[in-house]
Write a protein that binds this ligand. Structure first.
Ligand code: B12
Ligand code: SF4
Length: 502
Protein backbone atom coordinates (compact mmCIF):
# COMPACT_ATOMS: atom_id res chain seq x y z
CA UNK A 1 0.00 0.00 0.00
CA UNK A 2 1.26 3.48 -0.86
CA UNK A 3 1.21 5.80 2.16
CA UNK A 4 -0.01 9.31 1.33
CA UNK A 5 2.05 12.31 2.29
CA UNK A 6 1.07 14.07 5.51
CA UNK A 7 -0.36 16.92 3.46
CA UNK A 8 -2.95 14.63 1.83
CA UNK A 9 -6.16 15.90 3.26
CA UNK A 10 -9.63 14.54 2.78
CA UNK A 11 -12.81 16.36 3.70
CA UNK A 12 -15.56 13.95 4.76
CA UNK A 13 -19.10 15.33 4.55
CA UNK A 14 -21.55 13.67 6.95
CA UNK A 15 -25.13 14.18 5.81
CA UNK A 16 -26.66 11.95 8.47
CA UNK A 17 -26.53 14.98 10.74
CA UNK A 18 -28.28 13.18 13.57
CA UNK A 19 -28.97 15.33 16.63
CA UNK A 20 -28.21 12.61 19.19
CA UNK A 21 -25.04 10.70 18.43
CA UNK A 22 -22.27 10.27 15.82
CA UNK A 23 -22.72 8.64 12.44
CA UNK A 24 -21.51 5.09 12.43
CA UNK A 25 -20.60 4.81 8.73
CA UNK A 26 -18.41 7.91 8.98
CA UNK A 27 -16.69 6.61 12.13
CA UNK A 28 -15.97 3.29 10.40
CA UNK A 29 -14.55 4.95 7.27
CA UNK A 30 -12.47 7.60 9.03
CA UNK A 31 -10.58 5.15 11.26
CA UNK A 32 -8.72 3.23 8.48
CA UNK A 33 -8.01 6.45 6.59
CA UNK A 34 -6.27 7.94 9.63
CA UNK A 35 -4.40 4.70 10.19
CA UNK A 36 -3.17 4.93 6.58
CA UNK A 37 -1.81 8.43 7.17
CA UNK A 38 -4.53 10.65 5.67
CA UNK A 39 -5.43 13.86 7.38
CA UNK A 40 -9.19 13.64 7.73
CA UNK A 41 -11.55 16.47 8.51
CA UNK A 42 -15.27 15.87 8.98
CA UNK A 43 -17.65 18.51 7.66
CA UNK A 44 -20.83 18.11 9.65
CA UNK A 45 -23.64 20.59 8.94
CA UNK A 46 -24.69 20.08 12.59
CA UNK A 47 -21.37 21.55 13.75
CA UNK A 48 -21.79 24.56 11.48
CA UNK A 49 -25.07 25.54 13.14
CA UNK A 50 -27.73 23.61 11.19
CA UNK A 51 -30.06 21.92 13.64
CA UNK A 52 -29.63 18.15 13.77
CA UNK A 53 -32.20 15.65 12.57
CA UNK A 54 -34.69 14.89 15.36
CA UNK A 55 -35.99 11.41 14.74
CA UNK A 56 -38.95 11.11 17.05
CA UNK A 57 -40.11 14.49 18.30
CA UNK A 58 -42.28 14.59 21.45
CA UNK A 59 -46.01 14.02 20.90
CA UNK A 60 -48.34 16.95 21.66
CA UNK A 61 -52.10 16.96 22.31
CA UNK A 62 -52.73 18.23 18.74
CA UNK A 63 -50.39 15.63 17.15
CA UNK A 64 -53.25 13.20 16.52
CA UNK A 65 -55.13 15.73 14.38
CA UNK A 66 -51.95 16.44 12.43
CA UNK A 67 -51.29 12.71 11.96
CA UNK A 68 -54.79 12.20 10.59
CA UNK A 69 -54.51 15.13 8.20
CA UNK A 70 -51.04 13.89 7.21
CA UNK A 71 -52.38 10.45 6.44
CA UNK A 72 -55.37 11.71 4.44
CA UNK A 73 -53.26 14.03 2.32
CA UNK A 74 -50.62 11.35 1.78
CA UNK A 75 -53.13 8.99 0.20
CA UNK A 76 -55.13 11.63 -1.62
CA UNK A 77 -55.28 11.36 -5.40
CA UNK A 78 -56.13 15.01 -5.89
CA UNK A 79 -53.21 16.78 -7.61
CA UNK A 80 -53.92 19.96 -5.63
CA UNK A 81 -53.85 18.15 -2.28
CA UNK A 82 -50.68 16.32 -3.28
CA UNK A 83 -49.06 19.61 -4.26
CA UNK A 84 -50.04 21.16 -0.93
CA UNK A 85 -48.71 18.15 0.93
CA UNK A 86 -45.41 18.42 -0.90
CA UNK A 87 -45.13 22.06 0.08
CA UNK A 88 -45.99 21.28 3.73
CA UNK A 89 -43.51 18.38 3.78
CA UNK A 90 -40.78 20.66 2.45
CA UNK A 91 -41.47 23.10 5.29
CA UNK A 92 -41.38 20.32 7.88
CA UNK A 93 -38.25 18.65 6.43
CA UNK A 94 -35.02 18.62 8.47
CA UNK A 95 -33.30 22.00 8.41
CA UNK A 96 -30.51 20.41 6.41
CA UNK A 97 -32.93 19.75 3.53
CA UNK A 98 -34.28 23.30 3.67
CA UNK A 99 -30.94 25.03 4.04
CA UNK A 100 -29.28 23.63 0.92
CA UNK A 101 -27.90 26.96 -0.26
CA UNK A 102 -26.69 27.99 3.16
CA UNK A 103 -24.90 24.68 3.84
CA UNK A 104 -23.44 24.64 0.32
CA UNK A 105 -22.06 28.14 0.95
CA UNK A 106 -20.44 26.98 4.20
CA UNK A 107 -18.96 24.04 2.35
CA UNK A 108 -17.51 26.28 -0.38
CA UNK A 109 -16.14 28.62 2.29
CA UNK A 110 -14.38 25.66 3.87
CA UNK A 111 -12.92 24.58 0.51
CA UNK A 112 -11.63 28.08 -0.25
CA UNK A 113 -10.52 29.34 3.15
CA UNK A 114 -9.20 26.32 5.04
CA UNK A 115 -6.24 24.01 4.39
CA UNK A 116 -6.11 22.61 0.86
CA UNK A 117 -8.33 19.57 0.31
CA UNK A 118 -7.20 16.77 -2.02
CA UNK A 119 -10.45 14.84 -2.10
CA UNK A 120 -14.02 15.08 -0.83
CA UNK A 121 -16.01 12.13 0.47
CA UNK A 122 -19.76 12.43 0.97
CA UNK A 123 -21.90 10.02 2.94
CA UNK A 124 -25.34 10.84 1.63
CA UNK A 125 -28.96 10.27 2.55
CA UNK A 126 -31.07 10.25 -0.58
CA UNK A 127 -33.25 13.20 0.37
CA UNK A 128 -30.20 15.48 0.12
CA UNK A 129 -29.73 15.16 -3.67
CA UNK A 130 -29.84 18.94 -4.26
CA UNK A 131 -27.22 19.56 -1.58
CA UNK A 132 -24.96 16.83 -2.98
CA UNK A 133 -25.35 18.41 -6.43
CA UNK A 134 -24.31 21.82 -5.14
CA UNK A 135 -21.28 20.45 -3.26
CA UNK A 136 -20.12 18.24 -6.15
CA UNK A 137 -20.43 21.17 -8.59
CA UNK A 138 -18.29 23.32 -6.28
CA UNK A 139 -15.65 20.57 -6.21
CA UNK A 140 -15.75 20.25 -10.01
CA UNK A 141 -15.01 23.97 -10.33
CA UNK A 142 -11.98 23.54 -8.08
CA UNK A 143 -10.73 20.30 -9.63
CA UNK A 144 -11.30 18.30 -6.41
CA UNK A 145 -12.39 14.67 -6.93
CA UNK A 146 -15.53 13.53 -5.13
CA UNK A 147 -16.44 10.05 -3.92
CA UNK A 148 -20.10 9.71 -3.04
CA UNK A 149 -21.38 6.85 -0.86
CA UNK A 150 -24.66 5.83 0.74
CA UNK A 151 -26.20 2.74 2.27
CA UNK A 152 -28.73 2.83 -0.57
CA UNK A 153 -26.14 2.50 -3.35
CA UNK A 154 -26.16 -1.29 -3.12
CA UNK A 155 -29.06 -1.06 -5.58
CA UNK A 156 -27.90 -0.44 -9.16
CA UNK A 157 -31.12 1.41 -10.07
CA UNK A 158 -30.29 3.99 -7.41
CA UNK A 159 -26.68 4.31 -8.56
CA UNK A 160 -27.86 4.91 -12.14
CA UNK A 161 -29.95 7.86 -10.97
CA UNK A 162 -27.16 9.42 -8.92
CA UNK A 163 -24.02 8.79 -10.93
CA UNK A 164 -24.57 11.34 -13.71
CA UNK A 165 -24.31 14.12 -11.10
CA UNK A 166 -21.77 16.70 -12.30
CA UNK A 167 -18.59 16.68 -10.23
CA UNK A 168 -18.97 13.15 -8.85
CA UNK A 169 -15.85 11.17 -9.71
CA UNK A 170 -17.22 7.84 -8.50
CA UNK A 171 -19.98 6.29 -6.44
CA UNK A 172 -19.15 3.83 -3.67
CA UNK A 173 -21.46 0.83 -3.48
CA UNK A 174 -20.50 -1.37 -0.58
CA UNK A 175 -18.64 -1.50 2.72
CA UNK A 176 -15.28 -0.23 1.56
CA UNK A 177 -13.53 0.63 4.84
CA UNK A 178 -10.29 -1.27 4.30
CA UNK A 179 -10.05 -0.51 0.58
CA UNK A 180 -10.72 3.20 0.99
CA UNK A 181 -7.13 4.43 1.50
CA UNK A 182 -6.03 2.72 -1.73
CA UNK A 183 -9.13 3.96 -3.58
CA UNK A 184 -8.41 7.52 -2.50
CA UNK A 185 -4.82 7.28 -3.60
CA UNK A 186 -5.93 6.04 -7.04
CA UNK A 187 -8.67 8.67 -7.23
CA UNK A 188 -6.36 11.57 -6.43
CA UNK A 189 -3.82 10.16 -8.93
CA UNK A 190 -6.52 10.12 -11.63
CA UNK A 191 -6.29 6.35 -12.16
CA UNK A 192 -9.03 4.10 -13.55
CA UNK A 193 -11.35 3.37 -10.62
CA UNK A 194 -13.28 0.47 -12.16
CA UNK A 195 -10.40 -1.74 -10.98
CA UNK A 196 -12.01 -1.58 -7.50
CA UNK A 197 -15.07 -3.76 -6.84
CA UNK A 198 -17.74 -1.51 -5.35
CA UNK A 199 -17.02 1.61 -7.40
CA UNK A 200 -19.11 3.04 -10.23
CA UNK A 201 -17.92 5.64 -12.71
CA UNK A 202 -19.40 7.35 -15.73
CA UNK A 203 -17.12 6.63 -18.68
CA UNK A 204 -17.63 7.39 -22.37
CA UNK A 205 -21.30 8.16 -21.68
CA UNK A 206 -21.72 4.75 -20.06
CA UNK A 207 -22.07 3.84 -16.40
CA UNK A 208 -19.55 1.22 -15.39
CA UNK A 209 -18.90 -0.54 -12.11
CA UNK A 210 -20.10 -3.10 -9.62
CA UNK A 211 -21.56 -3.48 -6.16
CA UNK A 212 -19.02 -4.90 -3.69
CA UNK A 213 -20.03 -8.17 -2.02
CA UNK A 214 -20.90 -7.99 1.71
CA UNK A 215 -17.75 -7.71 3.81
CA UNK A 216 -16.81 -10.88 5.72
CA UNK A 217 -14.49 -10.90 8.77
CA UNK A 218 -15.84 -7.80 10.54
CA UNK A 219 -13.35 -8.24 13.40
CA UNK A 220 -10.62 -7.02 11.05
CA UNK A 221 -12.08 -3.51 10.98
CA UNK A 222 -10.60 -0.90 13.30
CA UNK A 223 -13.06 0.43 15.88
CA UNK A 224 -14.93 3.47 14.52
CA UNK A 225 -13.43 6.86 15.24
CA UNK A 226 -16.00 9.38 16.55
CA UNK A 227 -13.55 12.06 17.59
CA UNK A 228 -14.70 14.50 14.87
CA UNK A 229 -18.31 14.75 16.00
CA UNK A 230 -19.79 17.71 17.89
CA UNK A 231 -20.13 15.95 21.26
CA UNK A 232 -20.79 19.23 23.02
CA UNK A 233 -23.98 19.68 20.96
CA UNK A 234 -25.54 16.33 21.88
CA UNK A 235 -27.83 16.29 24.93
CA UNK A 236 -25.89 13.30 26.30
CA UNK A 237 -23.08 10.98 25.24
CA UNK A 238 -24.48 7.96 23.41
CA UNK A 239 -22.09 5.79 21.40
CA UNK A 240 -23.50 3.65 18.55
CA UNK A 241 -22.15 0.10 18.34
CA UNK A 242 -22.95 -2.60 15.80
CA UNK A 243 -22.28 -6.23 16.73
CA UNK A 244 -23.18 -7.70 13.35
CA UNK A 245 -24.29 -6.49 9.95
CA UNK A 246 -27.47 -7.70 8.26
CA UNK A 247 -30.33 -9.54 9.93
CA UNK A 248 -30.42 -13.18 11.02
CA UNK A 249 -34.00 -13.41 9.72
CA UNK A 250 -33.68 -11.24 6.63
CA UNK A 251 -36.81 -12.25 4.71
CA UNK A 252 -39.53 -9.73 5.49
CA UNK A 253 -40.84 -8.75 2.05
CA UNK A 254 -40.99 -5.00 2.74
CA UNK A 255 -37.58 -4.67 4.38
CA UNK A 256 -35.20 -2.24 2.75
CA UNK A 257 -32.63 -2.50 5.52
CA UNK A 258 -31.50 -5.92 4.30
CA UNK A 259 -30.84 -4.65 0.79
CA UNK A 260 -28.52 -1.83 1.88
CA UNK A 261 -24.75 -1.95 1.54
CA UNK A 262 -24.14 -3.24 5.06
CA UNK A 263 -27.52 -4.93 5.55
CA UNK A 264 -27.09 -7.73 3.00
CA UNK A 265 -26.66 -11.19 4.56
CA UNK A 266 -25.99 -11.63 8.26
CA UNK A 267 -22.40 -11.41 9.53
CA UNK A 268 -21.50 -11.27 13.19
CA UNK A 269 -18.50 -9.92 15.03
CA UNK A 270 -16.98 -12.05 17.76
CA UNK A 271 -18.27 -11.42 21.30
CA UNK A 272 -14.70 -10.55 22.42
CA UNK A 273 -14.34 -7.86 19.78
CA UNK A 274 -17.67 -6.30 20.81
CA UNK A 275 -16.80 -6.29 24.53
CA UNK A 276 -13.42 -4.79 23.76
CA UNK A 277 -15.04 -2.03 21.70
CA UNK A 278 -17.49 -1.27 24.51
CA UNK A 279 -14.61 -0.83 26.96
CA UNK A 280 -12.64 1.23 24.45
CA UNK A 281 -15.47 3.63 23.49
CA UNK A 282 -16.65 4.01 27.11
CA UNK A 283 -13.16 5.12 28.05
CA UNK A 284 -12.51 7.23 24.96
CA UNK A 285 -15.78 9.18 25.08
CA UNK A 286 -16.29 8.99 28.84
CA UNK A 287 -19.75 7.48 28.67
CA UNK A 288 -21.87 4.58 29.84
CA UNK A 289 -24.67 4.95 27.26
CA UNK A 290 -24.74 2.74 24.15
CA UNK A 291 -27.15 2.30 21.23
CA UNK A 292 -26.77 -1.00 19.43
CA UNK A 293 -27.69 -0.30 15.81
CA UNK A 294 -27.95 -3.95 14.71
CA UNK A 295 -31.05 -4.67 12.66
CA UNK A 296 -31.63 -7.72 14.88
CA UNK A 297 -29.46 -7.78 17.97
CA UNK A 298 -30.57 -11.32 18.79
CA UNK A 299 -29.42 -12.72 15.42
CA UNK A 300 -26.41 -14.49 16.91
CA UNK A 301 -27.51 -15.97 20.22
CA UNK A 302 -23.92 -16.46 21.45
CA UNK A 303 -23.34 -12.78 21.06
CA UNK A 304 -26.68 -11.85 22.58
CA UNK A 305 -25.97 -14.06 25.60
CA UNK A 306 -22.54 -12.51 25.95
CA UNK A 307 -24.16 -9.08 26.11
CA UNK A 308 -26.74 -10.04 28.68
CA UNK A 309 -24.16 -11.83 30.79
CA UNK A 310 -21.08 -9.61 30.43
CA UNK A 311 -22.09 -6.09 29.41
CA UNK A 312 -21.81 -4.92 33.02
CA UNK A 313 -18.28 -6.33 33.33
CA UNK A 314 -17.27 -4.29 30.29
CA UNK A 315 -19.10 -1.09 31.29
CA UNK A 316 -20.09 -1.15 34.97
CA UNK A 317 -23.29 0.86 35.45
CA UNK A 318 -23.78 1.15 31.68
CA UNK A 319 -27.15 1.31 29.94
CA UNK A 320 -28.05 0.30 26.40
CA UNK A 321 -30.79 -0.13 23.82
CA UNK A 322 -31.25 -2.39 20.80
CA UNK A 323 -33.64 -3.85 18.21
CA UNK A 324 -34.80 -7.47 18.41
CA UNK A 325 -36.88 -9.74 16.21
CA UNK A 326 -39.33 -11.92 18.14
CA UNK A 327 -38.90 -14.88 15.81
CA UNK A 328 -40.62 -18.21 16.30
CA UNK A 329 -38.22 -20.27 14.23
CA UNK A 330 -36.31 -21.87 17.15
CA UNK A 331 -35.03 -20.18 20.32
CA UNK A 332 -35.01 -16.39 20.04
CA UNK A 333 -33.10 -15.45 23.20
CA UNK A 334 -36.13 -13.55 24.52
CA UNK A 335 -37.61 -15.84 27.16
CA UNK A 336 -38.79 -14.28 30.42
CA UNK A 337 -35.51 -15.26 32.13
CA UNK A 338 -33.38 -13.93 29.29
CA UNK A 339 -35.23 -10.61 29.26
CA UNK A 340 -34.79 -10.34 33.04
CA UNK A 341 -31.07 -10.93 32.50
CA UNK A 342 -31.02 -8.28 29.74
CA UNK A 343 -32.66 -5.80 32.13
CA UNK A 344 -30.05 -6.57 34.81
CA UNK A 345 -27.34 -6.14 32.16
CA UNK A 346 -28.47 -2.55 31.57
CA UNK A 347 -30.82 -2.94 28.61
CA UNK A 348 -33.36 -0.17 29.16
CA UNK A 349 -35.19 -0.15 25.85
CA UNK A 350 -35.91 -2.64 23.13
CA UNK A 351 -37.51 -1.91 19.80
CA UNK A 352 -39.16 -4.52 17.66
CA UNK A 353 -41.01 -4.68 14.35
CA UNK A 354 -44.58 -5.46 15.34
CA UNK A 355 -45.79 -4.28 11.90
CA UNK A 356 -49.44 -5.37 12.39
CA UNK A 357 -51.84 -6.99 14.83
CA UNK A 358 -53.14 -9.35 12.16
CA UNK A 359 -51.85 -12.91 11.67
CA UNK A 360 -52.90 -12.79 8.06
CA UNK A 361 -50.82 -9.73 7.26
CA UNK A 362 -47.76 -10.91 9.18
CA UNK A 363 -47.89 -14.07 7.15
CA UNK A 364 -47.97 -12.34 3.78
CA UNK A 365 -45.20 -9.99 4.91
CA UNK A 366 -43.18 -13.10 5.83
CA UNK A 367 -42.45 -11.51 9.19
CA UNK A 368 -41.64 -14.78 10.96
CA UNK A 369 -43.47 -13.77 14.15
CA UNK A 370 -46.52 -15.00 16.01
CA UNK A 371 -48.76 -12.56 17.86
CA UNK A 372 -49.16 -14.86 20.88
CA UNK A 373 -45.39 -15.14 21.30
CA UNK A 374 -44.95 -11.41 20.64
CA UNK A 375 -47.58 -10.56 23.24
CA UNK A 376 -45.87 -12.64 25.91
CA UNK A 377 -42.48 -11.19 25.06
CA UNK A 378 -43.69 -7.58 25.22
CA UNK A 379 -45.20 -8.20 28.67
CA UNK A 380 -42.05 -9.96 29.88
CA UNK A 381 -39.82 -7.16 28.63
CA UNK A 382 -41.91 -4.52 30.32
CA UNK A 383 -41.90 -6.49 33.58
CA UNK A 384 -38.12 -6.79 33.31
CA UNK A 385 -37.93 -2.98 33.40
CA UNK A 386 -37.25 -2.61 29.68
CA UNK A 387 -39.07 0.17 27.85
CA UNK A 388 -40.73 -1.31 24.75
CA UNK A 389 -40.94 0.46 21.40
CA UNK A 390 -42.55 -1.04 18.31
CA UNK A 391 -42.54 -0.10 14.67
CA UNK A 392 -45.63 -0.72 12.51
CA UNK A 393 -46.80 -0.50 8.93
CA UNK A 394 -50.20 0.39 7.49
CA UNK A 395 -51.24 0.11 3.86
CA UNK A 396 -49.45 -3.14 3.06
CA UNK A 397 -51.09 -4.56 -0.11
CA UNK A 398 -53.74 -7.04 0.96
CA UNK A 399 -54.49 -5.19 4.20
CA UNK A 400 -58.24 -5.05 4.85
CA UNK A 401 -60.44 -3.15 7.27
CA UNK A 402 -60.59 -6.31 9.39
CA UNK A 403 -56.77 -6.41 9.58
CA UNK A 404 -56.72 -2.80 10.77
CA UNK A 405 -59.32 -3.54 13.43
CA UNK A 406 -57.13 -6.39 14.69
CA UNK A 407 -54.14 -4.03 14.76
CA UNK A 408 -56.16 -1.49 16.75
CA UNK A 409 -57.25 -4.18 19.20
CA UNK A 410 -53.72 -5.49 19.64
CA UNK A 411 -52.47 -2.00 20.48
CA UNK A 412 -55.39 -1.44 22.84
CA UNK A 413 -54.67 -4.70 24.64
CA UNK A 414 -50.94 -3.93 24.95
CA UNK A 415 -51.04 -0.26 25.88
CA UNK A 416 -49.78 -1.17 29.33
CA UNK A 417 -46.55 -2.73 28.07
CA UNK A 418 -45.77 -0.78 24.87
CA UNK A 419 -44.29 2.67 25.53
CA UNK A 420 -43.75 3.99 22.03
CA UNK A 421 -45.13 3.14 18.58
CA UNK A 422 -43.74 4.38 15.29
CA UNK A 423 -46.34 3.93 12.56
CA UNK A 424 -45.21 4.12 8.94
CA UNK A 425 -47.17 4.05 5.72
CA UNK A 426 -46.03 1.16 3.56
CA UNK A 427 -43.51 2.17 0.93
CA UNK A 428 -42.21 0.01 -1.89
CA UNK A 429 -38.46 0.42 -1.63
CA UNK A 430 -36.10 -0.34 -4.50
CA UNK A 431 -34.49 -3.76 -4.24
CA UNK A 432 -36.77 -5.21 -1.56
CA UNK A 433 -38.27 -8.68 -1.97
CA UNK A 434 -41.62 -6.94 -2.54
CA UNK A 435 -40.19 -4.82 -5.37
CA UNK A 436 -38.40 -7.72 -7.04
CA UNK A 437 -41.52 -9.91 -6.87
CA UNK A 438 -43.53 -7.10 -8.38
CA UNK A 439 -41.03 -6.91 -11.24
CA UNK A 440 -41.40 -10.66 -11.80
CA UNK A 441 -45.20 -10.69 -11.58
CA UNK A 442 -46.65 -7.20 -11.93
CA UNK A 443 -50.21 -8.38 -11.22
CA UNK A 444 -49.25 -10.08 -7.97
CA UNK A 445 -50.03 -7.34 -5.45
CA UNK A 446 -53.75 -6.60 -5.32
CA UNK A 447 -55.06 -3.07 -5.05
CA UNK A 448 -51.99 -1.20 -6.33
CA UNK A 449 -52.31 1.54 -8.89
CA UNK A 450 -50.27 4.48 -10.18
CA UNK A 451 -46.94 2.69 -9.76
CA UNK A 452 -44.22 5.23 -10.50
CA UNK A 453 -40.55 4.43 -10.01
CA UNK A 454 -38.54 7.10 -8.20
CA UNK A 455 -35.19 5.38 -7.85
CA UNK A 456 -33.46 8.65 -6.97
CA UNK A 457 -35.25 8.18 -3.64
CA UNK A 458 -35.01 4.37 -3.87
CA UNK A 459 -38.74 3.88 -4.05
CA UNK A 460 -41.74 3.11 -6.22
CA UNK A 461 -44.52 5.52 -5.54
CA UNK A 462 -47.94 3.88 -5.59
CA UNK A 463 -51.55 4.21 -4.57
CA UNK A 464 -53.34 1.56 -2.51
CA UNK A 465 -56.93 1.48 -3.80
CA UNK A 466 -58.66 -0.05 -0.72
CA UNK A 467 -57.42 2.95 1.27
CA UNK A 468 -59.98 5.07 -0.59
CA UNK A 469 -62.93 3.44 1.18
CA UNK A 470 -64.62 5.12 4.14
CA UNK A 471 -64.50 2.09 6.46
CA UNK A 472 -60.76 1.75 5.81
CA UNK A 473 -60.14 5.39 6.67
CA UNK A 474 -62.23 5.12 9.81
CA UNK A 475 -60.18 2.09 10.84
CA UNK A 476 -56.96 4.01 10.19
CA UNK A 477 -58.24 6.85 12.36
CA UNK A 478 -58.82 4.38 15.17
CA UNK A 479 -55.34 2.87 14.83
CA UNK A 480 -53.83 6.36 14.89
CA UNK A 481 -55.82 7.15 18.04
CA UNK A 482 -54.39 4.08 19.82
CA UNK A 483 -50.87 4.99 18.74
CA UNK A 484 -51.36 8.53 19.97
CA UNK A 485 -52.71 7.35 23.33
CA UNK A 486 -49.59 5.21 23.83
CA UNK A 487 -47.12 7.86 22.67
CA UNK A 488 -48.63 10.51 24.94
CA UNK A 489 -47.57 8.64 28.07
CA UNK A 490 -44.20 9.28 29.72
CA UNK A 491 -41.68 6.49 29.35
CA UNK A 492 -39.87 4.66 32.16
CA UNK A 493 -37.44 7.01 33.90
CA UNK A 494 -34.53 4.62 33.36
CA UNK A 495 -34.92 4.86 29.55
CA UNK A 496 -35.33 8.63 29.28
CA UNK A 497 -31.75 9.24 28.19
CA UNK A 498 -32.71 7.39 25.02
CA UNK A 499 -36.08 9.05 24.40
CA UNK A 500 -36.37 9.90 20.69
CA UNK A 501 -33.21 7.96 19.82
CA UNK A 502 -34.79 4.62 18.89
C1 B12 B 1 -28.73 2.95 12.50
C2 B12 B 1 -29.53 3.70 11.46
C3 B12 B 1 -29.96 4.96 11.75
C4 B12 B 1 -29.56 5.72 12.99
C5 B12 B 1 -28.29 6.53 12.68
C6 B12 B 1 -27.12 5.87 13.28
C7 B12 B 1 -25.92 6.69 13.17
N1 B12 B 1 -25.94 7.86 13.73
O1 B12 B 1 -24.98 6.25 12.59
C8 B12 B 1 -30.74 6.65 13.20
C9 B12 B 1 -31.70 5.97 14.11
C10 B12 B 1 -30.43 7.99 13.75
C11 B12 B 1 -31.28 6.74 11.78
C12 B12 B 1 -32.09 7.74 11.36
C13 B12 B 1 -32.67 7.79 10.11
N2 B12 B 1 -32.51 6.92 9.13
CO1 B12 B 1 -31.33 5.39 9.27
N3 B12 B 1 -30.55 3.73 9.33
C14 B12 B 1 -29.82 3.11 10.21
C15 B12 B 1 -29.45 1.71 9.73
C16 B12 B 1 -30.40 0.72 10.38
C17 B12 B 1 -28.01 1.28 9.97
C18 B12 B 1 -26.97 2.30 9.51
C19 B12 B 1 -25.61 1.87 9.93
O2 B12 B 1 -24.98 2.50 10.76
N4 B12 B 1 -25.11 0.79 9.37
C20 B12 B 1 -23.77 0.30 9.60
C21 B12 B 1 -22.77 1.04 8.70
C22 B12 B 1 -21.38 0.49 8.91
O3 B12 B 1 -23.17 0.78 7.36
P1 B12 B 1 -23.63 1.90 6.34
O4 B12 B 1 -24.31 3.00 7.03
O5 B12 B 1 -24.32 1.27 5.20
O6 B12 B 1 -22.24 2.47 5.79
C23 B12 B 1 -21.35 1.66 5.02
C24 B12 B 1 -21.58 1.70 3.51
O7 B12 B 1 -22.89 2.10 3.13
C25 B12 B 1 -20.53 2.57 2.96
N5 B12 B 1 -20.73 4.02 2.89
C26 B12 B 1 -21.69 4.80 3.42
N6 B12 B 1 -21.44 6.09 3.16
C27 B12 B 1 -20.29 6.12 2.46
C28 B12 B 1 -19.55 7.19 1.96
C29 B12 B 1 -18.38 6.93 1.28
C30 B12 B 1 -17.61 8.05 0.73
C31 B12 B 1 -17.93 5.60 1.10
C32 B12 B 1 -16.68 5.31 0.40
C33 B12 B 1 -18.66 4.54 1.60
C34 B12 B 1 -19.83 4.81 2.28
O8 B12 B 1 -19.48 2.33 3.87
C35 B12 B 1 -19.99 2.26 5.20
C36 B12 B 1 -19.08 1.44 6.05
O9 B12 B 1 -19.14 0.09 5.69
C37 B12 B 1 -29.70 1.86 8.19
C38 B12 B 1 -30.13 0.59 7.51
C39 B12 B 1 -28.96 -0.19 7.03
N7 B12 B 1 -29.07 -1.46 7.03
O10 B12 B 1 -27.93 0.35 6.65
C40 B12 B 1 -30.77 2.93 8.13
C41 B12 B 1 -30.78 3.93 6.96
C42 B12 B 1 -29.38 4.38 6.70
N8 B12 B 1 -31.60 5.02 7.47
C43 B12 B 1 -32.41 5.51 6.62
C44 B12 B 1 -33.35 6.52 6.89
C45 B12 B 1 -34.34 6.84 5.78
C46 B12 B 1 -33.35 7.19 8.10
C47 B12 B 1 -34.29 8.30 8.52
C48 B12 B 1 -34.56 9.37 7.47
C49 B12 B 1 -35.58 7.61 8.98
C50 B12 B 1 -36.64 8.54 9.44
N9 B12 B 1 -37.63 8.73 8.60
O11 B12 B 1 -36.56 9.05 10.51
C51 B12 B 1 -33.63 8.87 9.78
C52 B12 B 1 -32.99 10.22 9.68
C53 B12 B 1 -31.78 10.24 8.85
C54 B12 B 1 -31.15 11.60 8.81
N10 B12 B 1 -30.26 11.85 9.71
O12 B12 B 1 -31.46 12.42 8.01
C55 B12 B 1 -32.26 4.85 5.30
C56 B12 B 1 -31.43 5.73 4.35
C57 B12 B 1 -31.93 5.63 2.94
C58 B12 B 1 -31.70 6.92 2.27
N11 B12 B 1 -32.77 7.60 2.02
O13 B12 B 1 -30.59 7.31 2.00
C59 B12 B 1 -31.58 3.52 5.67
C60 B12 B 1 -30.69 2.91 4.59
C61 B12 B 1 -32.74 2.57 6.02
C62 B12 B 1 -33.49 2.13 4.80
N12 B12 B 1 -33.40 0.88 4.48
O14 B12 B 1 -34.19 2.88 4.16
N13 B12 B 1 -30.84 5.71 11.03
S1 SF4 C 1 -36.66 -8.75 11.05
FE1 SF4 C 1 -36.44 -6.55 10.71
S2 SF4 C 1 -34.41 -6.24 9.82
FE2 SF4 C 1 -34.92 -8.43 9.67
S3 SF4 C 1 -35.78 -8.68 7.64
FE3 SF4 C 1 -37.49 -8.33 9.01
S4 SF4 C 1 -37.82 -6.12 9.03
FE4 SF4 C 1 -35.82 -6.48 8.12
Amino acid sequence: MVVPSQSSRVLFVDLNNFARYPTQSVGYLVAPLRQAGWTVEVFSPFSTGVSGVVREPPVRPWSLALERIGYRTAISRSPIVRQMRKAAAALAAPQLARATRWVARRFVQRLDDGAQVNAVLISAYLMYHPLCEAMAAACAERGIPVLLGSAAFAQPEVVREWLPMRGVTAIAAGELELELPEILRAMTAGEDLTQFPGLWVSKDCELKGSVAPPRPALDRLPFPDYSDFPWERYPNRIVPVITGRGCGWGICTFCSDVVTAAGRTYRSRSPESVLEELRYQAERYQTKLFAFTDLKLNSNLDLWHTLIERFQDAVPGGRWIGAVHIGTNGPNGLSREELQAAGRAGMVRLTTGLEAGSHNLLKIMRKGTDLGVTSRCLHDASEAGISVRTTMIVGYPGESVEDLIQTRDFLRAHGSCIERVVLNRFQIMTGTAFHRQLEDKPGRAPGLSQLTPNHRMAQLEHHYLPADSRPYRRAIDEVLAEVHAINRRPIMAIARDFEGVM
